[in-house]
Design a protein around this ligand. Structure first.
Ligand code: NAD
Ligand code: IPM
Ligand code: MN
Length: 353
């Protein structure tokens, strides 16, 4: 098994180092190879996705990614910016299915900004389409109109087959869970998502046991805060999924708790925390590495079919939390505040408990 390790920018290298520590501690037959992406790729090769990095990612069985981006690159031309490297690797590897599980560890009920009774028992799987939508639609750009003023354009688009394949992922996951899929759209305004809704309804016929519901994205944003436990699997497009998953992360205590898996049709995957490079706390060894460590568990589960090791990692995270270890973002009174690397050590130690 070969894993491409792409630490990226900001807190990326700090959190990835913890996840790599956990991988090594599992004593599996793994080869890890590191390469730059994002701002680090731009610094090393003038490209946020250097050719060698892309090749390594293509050859590897799985990719572990930290995060990309820093404010200092915001004035570069768009194709040189860190975020473009991330979008390109997702597209090049055809990673259309992004799974973002919002799961509340009981120990963190008090860390959420919501009341414990609202979030306790929370277990939502957000299925976000990752290679289409307004992120990739053409035409796009900033142009100048005849009257001299500038105009910005992006295009929201989905083909039927793109909708169907992400829908299947959501329904298949629901079959292994509580058999409920909530499809989130804006079908009252946007034709793209009207088609989305139609295709989901057609697809549901293949899954008679699954209860399909539909919700407009504005209502979904509200319902996630009002009564999040009504959801089992949520399926939505690229942009809505981006926004709703950050929102859902706060139900679990912190964005630092939300892992992700980005899969192609054969479960080859890239695994990364759902959060960004957090430039505001980078280099201080205070970031929460658990979303990245939990992404490793997803890698073991989805790409390597090693459920035993996946559960081992998840249990070790639970034990470290039960022992009272907390990074600053999930700290509550009475617990023990630890650094990013201390948390990594605590999870490694808990693997053998
Ligand atoms: P962000 O997710 O990086 O940070 C948002 C807030 O959450 C910050 O206050 C940050 O300190 C905090 N935070 C994030 N991860 C944390 C962790 N593990 N532990 C503790 N606190 C954490 O989002 P942003 O500030 O909007 O974006 C910063 C940069 O990251 C931008 O360049 C953006 O484009 C990029 N970004 C990259 C990814 C990715 O690589 N997948 C995702 C989102 C944003
Ligand atoms: C994420 C990020 C990315 C996205 C950015 C950095 C391109 O926010 O992974 O959620 O919007 O998909
Ligand atoms: Mn995001």
């Amino acid at each position: 098994m070969k894993i491409a390790v792409l630490p990226g920018d900001g807190i990326g290298p700090e959190i990835v180092a913890q996840a790599v520590k956990v991988l090594h501690a599992l004593n599996l037959d793994l080869t890890l190879e590191e390469a730059p992406i994002g701002g680090a790729g731009y610094e090393a090769a003038g490209d946020p996705l250097p050719e060698a990095t892309l090749q390594l990612a293509k050859e590897a069985d799985a990719v572990l990614l930290g995060a990309v981006g820093d404010w200092k690159y915001d004035s570069l031309p768009r194709d040189k910016r860190p975020e473009r490297g991330l979008l390109r690797i997702r597209k090049e590897l055809n990673l259309f299915a992004n799974l973002r599980p919002a799961l509340l560890y009981p120990e963190l009920a008090a860390a959420s900004t919501l009341k414990p009774e609202v979030v306790s028992g929370l277990d939502i799987m957000i299925v976000r389409e990752l290679t289409g939508d307004i992120y990739f639609g053409q035409p796009r750009g900033i142009s100048t109109l005849e009257n001299g003023e500038r105009e910005g354009i992006n295009t929201m688009r989905y083909s039927e087959s793109e909708i169907r394949r992400i829908g299947r992922v959501a329904f298949d996951i629901a079959m292994k869970r509580n058999k409920k899929v909530c499809s989130v759209d804006k079908a009252n305004v946007l034709e793209t998502t009207e088609l989305w809704r139609q295709v989901m309804i057609e697809l549901a016929k293949d899954y008679p046991e699954v209860e399909l519901s539909h919700m407009y994205v504005d209502n979904a944003a509200m319902q996630l805060i009002r009564a999040p436990k009504q959801f089992d699997v949520m399926v939505t497009g690229n942009i809505f999924g981006d926004i709703l998953s950050d929102e859902a992360s706060m139900l679990t205590g912190s964005i630092g708790m939300l892992p992700s898996a980005s899969l192609d049709a054969n479960n080859k995957g890239m695994y990364e925390p759902s959060h960004g490079s957090a430039p505001d706390i980078a280099g201080k060894n205070i970031a929460n590495p658990l979303a990245t460590i939990l992404s490793v568990a997803m890698m073991l589960r989805y790409t390597f079919n090693d459920e035993v090791s996946a559960v081992r990692v998840e249990n070790a995270v639970k034990k470290a939390l039960a022992q009272g270890y907390r990074t600053a973002d999930i700290y509550t009174e009475g617990s023990q505040k630890v650094s990013c690397s201390d948390m990594g050590d605590a999870v490694v130690a808990a693997l053998s408990l």
